[in-house]
Ligand binder design. Structure first.
Ligand SMILES: Nc1ncnc2c1ncn2[C@@H]1O[C@@H]2COP(=O)(O)O[C@H]2[C@H]1O
Length: 230
């Protein structure tokens, strides 16, 4: 009998422990839907723990946890709906694989939805050195030459951005970029993507992360060229 009573008095602590453990797991997970699902279960454990103390239920803690559960259930349902609606076309999927491989499809779809597909001819000038670009390009197909002071310094290929440097620094373009062959790009009007990033910090994060990876690749190639490998 004593053993049963003792086990029962440990129950709140066990549920609190489970709650903290699940909260910890939730914050380690990067997928926002799973983060919310783990948070719901964690808060459920905490809510149960609040009902079990021998001294009587802790209603404030119970209500707080139930409120958090409600908020997360609503957001999870909206996320699931959005995920269903955010199927990517073949081209969008190909571009996501190249430029946003590990990023959440929902956010990538939102970002893509703010852009327009452009088919470019050979010799089209995308950006001019010293001018302030109003567009940000992301190549799906084709290639472009990059030159500074009329000297070719690099190339752009599928999965790479054009105009991302001045987009980040808000300066004028540091190079002129001209297509080398027929190309297909996704193009954002800068003012639109700037407004969108201010409104939606998740979009800003995935865009800057993808630009960061792209820039690292460009610097790597530049370094190889500098020592005569590229
Ligand atoms: N070394 C390089 N290799 C590849 N692309 C480059 C290089 N330097 C500049 N660019 C691109 O050329 C663009 C010119 O405009 P931005 O400076 O906005 O962004 C630049 C990059 O997108």
């Amino acid at each position: 009998m004593d053993l049963i009573r003792e086990s029962y008095s440990n129950l709140p602590a066990i549920f609190v422990f489970i709650g903290f453990l699940l909260t910890f797991i939730a914050f380690v997970i990067s997928d926002i839907l799973w983060l919310r699902i783990f948070t719901i279960v964690a808060k459920l454990a905490m809510a149960v723990a609040a009902l079990l103390p021998e001294s009587g239920p802790m209603w404030l803690s119970f209500t707080g946890n139930m409120l958090l559960i409600t908020v997360n259930v609503v957001h999870s349902a909206l996320l699931i709906l959005e995920r269903r609606r955010s199927a990517l076309s073949n081209e969008e999927q190909e571009l996501k694989n190249k430029a946003f491989p590990s990023m959440d499809r929902v956010f990538v779809k939102r970002l893509f939805a703010a852009a327009t597909w452009y088919d470019l001819g050979k010799g089209d000038t995308l950006l001019v050195e010293g001018e302030r670009p109003d567009k940000l390009f992301l190549f799906l197909q084709g290639r472009a030459f990059v030159s500074v002071k009329h000297k070719r310094i690099g190339e752009i290929g599928p999965g790479q951005f054009v105009g991302e440097m001045s987009f980040l620094t808000r300066q004028s373009a540091g190079a002129t970029v001209v297509t080398r062959e027929l190309s297909r790009c996704l193009v954002w009007q800068r003012n639109i993507v700037e407004k969108l990033s201010k409104k939606d910090r998740d979009l800003e994060k995935i865009l800057t992360a993808a630009i960061g990876v792209d820039l690292a690749g460009k610097i790597f190639l530049q370094n190889q060229k500098a020592v005569g490998i590229g």
